[in-house]
Design a protein around this ligand. Structure first.
Ligand SMILES: CC(C)=CCC/C(C)=C/CC/C(C)=C/CSC[C@H](N)C(=O)O
Length: 456
């Protein structure tokens, strides 16, 4: 019998789940409808300036993110080329650290300012990545987990402890100095999550990993990955907003109601996978009806305003003598500044032979006024503002992060409470794919793996 499955959300989580489910159930085993009212790709969206597309989000891929690396090969995509760029840590008055044109000098400057902590931080992240990578073998062997804490525990019981302590306290306990925490670690959190070192130590560590060298993005835009995964999954794309999920207890299935403009339609599904953030502030848009217990989602998402400016950086404001001396990435290390980070952007299909572009991306907590923009930039030709709830607002976590909301109803984004990143969404998607396959077929791990002709 062919089962019916609804995936709610067309970001990397929803599309990779559709891909894994097609692999698990086979070409004729499942009909998948994917509901996405906006563009496929979610926060991997791009915006256009002067006929070229630029990334809105800061989504990048770490060389040890196995699933994203494998997707690149599977889909025949290329890494985006980049040019050497320089970064500086800014406290509102001066740069406390700037990279040099020479890598060896940058390294010396790092050691000069942070001592052995600079090397220790790199080793600490390497050690965490060794533990984190255990998830790939576990999932390849068909292992699935009902909660985020269970996944983290399987990688390393230490990771569960990291969810319960702030980055500041956790890194201090680990022997890192206040200086490296308040500057380097804090700067990564400001640019990656718009937050401070009060977030839990697990997401704090993922954020530092995101500042390690060798990161890359997809040539043409990261959103090509979810677009191609959707094609491979042979899911039917329905451009509508899901407003209701109603349980039919006798049939043990779900009626999914959605709005397409003003038209309301509904269909019945055996399994529903939610691949969209659900929190106190977002959940009212989606009603869960007829469930034996109320389905609620604590927490809120963090507001990040992305302002893309085609113009020149106001070099004098940052204390540079000349336009040519400006650096490419300015990360704030003070909470009260009007911006979290300012970085020079290249188009998604950039070739180094094109030189540098005068396009900058500003992340801030609030929209910037005209006056504030004029302080930061000269000669502005074009400004685009994207105001979004990009990531969870992190604290130290007590929740388990449930993937299973009800029998055959799953939620991928629970994984974001550990850390939000493309690789994390794919891990969550594969976990939910395995959970739903095992729940529906009654197969155990070994049988699931035998049936799984997955290429990853
Ligand atoms: C346990 C550790 C240290 C890492 C886990 C592996 C992992 C998920 C690495 C991702 C690193 C990364 C690219 C972080 C950037 S933060 C998220 C980013 N802003 C995004 O939107 O993807």
């Amino acid at each position: 019998m062919r089962i019916t499955l609804a995936v709610v959300g067309g970001g990397i989580g929803g599309t990779s789940a559709s891909y894994f489910l097609r692999e698990l159930f086979g070409p004729n085993g499942v009909h998948i409808d994917l509901f996405e009212p906006n563009k496929i790709g979610g926060r991997l969206a791009v915006t256009e300036i002067n006929g070229r597309d630029y990334d809105v989000g800061g989504a990048v891929i770490h060389p040890r993110n196995k699933y994203m690396v494998d997707f690149l090969k599977l889909l025949g995509l290329k890494k985006r080329k980049s040019r050497y760029s320089k970064l500086g840590l800014y406290n509102g008055r001066e740069f406390v650290f700037t990279e040099s044109d020479w890598e060896v000098i940058t390294f010396a400057k790092l050691v000069w300012r942070y001592g052995y902590d600079a090397i220790k931080l790199h080793n600490y992240i390497g050690d965490m990545l060794d533990k984190f990578e255990k998830i790939y073998a576990l999932q390849a062997n068909g292992k699935s987990f009902s909660s985020v804490l269970d996944i983290l525990n399987a990688m390393s019981p230490q990771f569960v402890e990291y969810m319960h302590i702030s980055t500041k306290d956790g890194f201090k306990e680990h022997g890192f100095s206040e200086r490296i925490i308040d500057e380097l670690v804090s700067a990564t959190l400001t640019v990656n999550y718009g937050q401070s070192t009060s977030v839990h130590k697990f997401v704090g560590s993922v954020s530092v990993a995101g500042a390690d060298g060798g990161l890359w993005a997809v040539h043409g835009g990261n959103s090509i990955v979810p677009q191609m995964l959707l094609e491979r999954s042979q899911a039917t794309l329905i451009s509508a907003t899901v407003t209701n999920i109603t349980l039919r207890p006798e049939a043990e299935d779900f009626v999914v109601g959605c709005l397409h403009g003003k038209d309301f339609t509904s269909s019945v599904y055996d399994i529903v996978i939610i691949a969209t953030p659900l929190t106190e502030d977002t959940q009212p848009n989606l009603q869960f009806t007829n469930f034996p217990r109320s389905i609620t989602f604590p927490g809120v998402y963090h507001r990040t305003v992305c302002t893309i400016v085609h113009g020149k950086l106001n070099f004098t404001h940052f204390g540079f003598k000349d336009q040519k001396d400006t650096i490419d990435e300015i990360l704030s290390i003070s909470q009260g500044l009007l911006f979290s980070s300012i970085g020079r952007l290249n188009p998604v299909d950039y070739e180094p032979s094109e030189g540098v572009f005068d396009v900058w991306k500003v992340f801030s907590q609030k929209p910037l006024t005209k006056l504030q923009l004029n302080t930061l930039f000269l000669d502005q030709k074009n400004v685009k503002v994207i105001d979004w709830l990009a990531y969870p607002h992190y604290q130290t976590e007590r929740r388990r992060g449930e993937f299973i909301l009800h029998k055959n109803l799953f939620h991928i984004n629970a994984i974001e409470w550990a850390a939000s990143a493309m690789e994390m969404s794919v891990i969550g998607a594969k976990n939910v794919g395995l959970l739903s396959y095992k729940a529906w077929t009654g197969k155990n791990e070994t049988e699931a793996v035998e049936n799984m002709k997955v290429e990853l």
